[in-house]
Design a protein around this ligand. Structure first.
Ligand SMILES: *[C@@H]1O[C@H](CO)[C@@H](O)[C@H](O)[C@H]1NC(C)=O
Ligand SMILES: *[C@@H]1O[C@H](CO)[C@@H](O)[C@H](O)[C@H]1NC(C)=O
Ligand SMILES: *[C@@H]1O[C@H](CO)[C@@H](O)[C@H](O)[C@H]1NC(C)=O
Ligand SMILES: *[C@@H]1O[C@H](CO)[C@@H](O)[C@H](O)[C@H]1NC(C)=O
Ligand SMILES: *[C@@H]1O[C@H](CO)[C@@H](O)[C@H](O)[C@H]1NC(C)=O
Length: 191
């Protein structure tokens, strides 16, 4: 018991020191004026509604007891898996430049919001590689900032912000999102 108490006490001292130091002596702020890389893609999603299997790019894979796998009227609790095409222009029929694969969950019980966790895989002459995005997407806001937490190949250890803006909505079934990616940390692996 005595040992436990001292450990807790020591931990508290350490935490206090750490918080004090990081606030006063070790500012880790780094100023940036502009992104090191920047691009825009459009994501196009068509949800599986029970009879559009050939065109569906997403589906409910988990639902609460008050919903089902094709019911979009209830939102909270639904988990979608997605494999969506990305295009360079605001047109779902344009040639794809990559894919957005991952999942999202409706996690706002009082409003409309999702937590998205997915990867953007680009395969263009400009960029080849993936970026991983993870964060809250408050759908009703005009623009939403989602953290870009890492990347591979041309995006080796890159980080930044992806701004979502709804491009179009077609019923509950299809929608498009304009995604503007601005990377503020870009590393290059030396051979
Ligand atoms: C599913 O969506 C397709 C394409 O929009 C539509 O033709 C079809 O009627 C829908 N099915 C159901 C069950 O809502
Ligand atoms: C799939 O999309 C094509 C082209 O837009 C359309 O002609 C077809 O009716 C769609 N099929 C279903 C099942 O929604
Ligand atoms: C899912 O819920 C919708 C809306 O309540 C209903 O129309 C549909 O028949 C349900 N589907 C299944 C498979 O239970
Ligand atoms: C990327 O594009 C090239 C040229 O179109 C193609 O040969 C290659 O298979 C693609 N790679 C991936 C991972 O899709
Ligand atoms: C995307 O295109 C649709 C028409 O398909 C248009 O209504 C919408 O304003 C466009 N959005 C953006 C962000 O360009």
């Amino acid at each position: 018991m005595a040992t436990k108490t001292s450990i807790v006490f020591l931990t508290m001292i350490n935490l206090t020191l750490f918080i004090t130091c990081s606030a006063t002596e070790l500012p880790q702020l780094r100023d940036v004026h502009r992104p090191c890389k920047k691009f825009t893609v459009y994501l196009h999603e068509t949800r599986y509604n029970g009879s559009n299997l050939e065109n569906a790019t997403s589906a409910i894979v988990g639902n609460p007891v008050w919903g089902n796998k094709t019911n979009f009227a209830t939102t909270f609790g639904n988990i979608f898996a997605m494999d969506n095409p990305l295009t360079a222009v605001n047109n779902s029929h344009a040639p794809p430049v990559g894919r957005a694969q991952g999942f999202y969950v409706y996690d706002n019980n009082k409003g409309l919001g999702t937590w998205h966790a997915f990867s953007i895989m680009l395969n263009t002459t400009t960029y080849k590689g993936s970026l991983t995005l993870a964060g809250e997407n408050p759908i009703m806001m005009k623009t939403r900032d989602i953290p870009v937490i890492g990347g591979t190949q041309d995006f080796f250890m890159h980080r930044g912000i992806a701004t979502f803006e709804t491009a179009y909505v077609d019923g509950f079934i299809s929608y498009g999102i304009k995604i503007t990616v601005k990377l503020y940390e870009c590393w290059r692996l030396l051979e």
